[in-house]
Design a protein around this ligand. Structure first.
Ligand SMILES: Cc1cc2nc3c(=O)[nH]c(=O)nc-3n(C[C@H](O)[C@H](O)[C@H](O)COP(=O)(O)OP(=O)(O)OC[C@H]3O[C@@H](n4cnc5c(N)ncnc54)[C@H](O)[C@@H]3O)c2cc1C
Length: 270
């Protein structure tokens, strides 16, 4: 696949990586599963940067950009953050999950990626090093141009004391998904205090359903209005060769309702 590669770089610091990227000599090589054949002649092996870690910090769980899907899927998440593990543990195949990294997936972010949706529902922060060091809320990060000349270094997932549900739909288990959905709710005495609903794959860039979220806050989770509000979701699904737009939109509505039912059952059980 990488027939034009003439040089491998093995830098030991972020500054060295940036110099290579900014001089146009090479691009990062993380899991290597998304590198496209093209004009690239140099690859930067990121392994010496030690960006493969999951650490608890006061602000949340910090995940190094070079951390593999399987490491995240097998981590012992103790709260609503486990929807990230569920998403990445179902993506691709087991051998591929030992290669694919969080940072490479955020940089490449193909429409079928299962990374952005749970990160949106969890309000993650993406840290990058470029001409300057910056930390982007995930929603802002997803608006940046692909192929920007910076290095993704870390993703921070704030604590999530509420309830989360992740759903992924594909024709067969090992196939690109046509729809993924993440719902994260915080409730107090059954009242929805915070709602984050994120959808991916069905749209070109994963995003939050903020209009719906705003209408849900303040309602009892058992209020029949909840399903009415969910049914008003308005998005135009991207074209999919296997499923009609109508089917995907109906599936989204159904799965949102199911997610709320499951969370309601958990809230009632507590
Ligand atoms: C058969 C197959 C099925 C798949 N199915 C799924 C699926 O169901 N769900 C899913 O989520 N994913 C899936 N993937 C993975 C997805 O398609 C991409 O291949 C993957 O997300 C790329 O991640 P990587 O770590 O391999 O990155 P790489 O291929 O190494 O890099 C991808 C791009 O990101 C850049 N890059 C890498 N790391 C960084 C960094 N730290 N900072 C800045 N730029 C960086 C590289 O320069 C390159 O341009 C699948 C892949 C394959 C091959």
């Amino acid at each position: 696949m990488h027939v034009n590669i003439k040089e491998w770089f093995r830098p030991g610091s972020v500054d060295e990586v940036l110099e290579i990227i900014q001089n146009g000599k090479g691009i990062p090589y993380a899991g290597g599963t998304g590198l496209l054949k093209g004009q690239v002649t140099g690859l930067i092996d990121l392994r010496r940067l030690n960006l493969n870690y999951i650490r608890e910090t006061e602000a949340g769980t910090a995940i190094g950009a070079n951390t593999k899907f399987n490491d995240i899927a097998h981590f012992q998440w103790s709260d609503g953050r486990r929807i990230l593990a569920q998403a990445l543990g179902r993506a691709a195949s087991n051998p591929l999950r030992n290669l694919i990294t969080l940072g490479g997936s955020l940089a490449f972010r193909p429409v079928w990626s299962n990374v952005p949706t749970p990160l949106l529902a969890l309000n993650a922060i993406v840290k990058v090093a470029g001409t300057q060091v910056a930390a982007y809320p995930i929603a802002d990060f997803l608006q940046l141009k692909r192929g920007s000349k910076f290095l993704i270094t870390e993703v921070l997932i704030p604590p999530a004391s509420g309830h989360g549900i992740y759903y992924r739909f594909a024709r067969i288990r090992f196939d690109y998904s046509a729809l993924d959905l993440a719902v994260y709710l915080e409730t107090d005495s059954g009242v929805i205090n915070l709602a984050r609903l994120a959808v991916g794959n069905i749209v070109s860039t994963a995003n939050r359903l903020t209009q719906i979220e705003n209408q849900l806050v303040g309602l009892q989770i058992s209020d029949p209005l909840v399903n009415e509000i969910l049914s008003t979701v308005e998005i135009k699904p991207v074209r999919n060769p296997n499923f009609s737009r109508e089917f995907l939109l109906n599936l989204l509505k159904t799965e949102m309702e199911r997610a709320f039912t499951k969370i309601r059952e958990r809230v009632d059980a507590n």
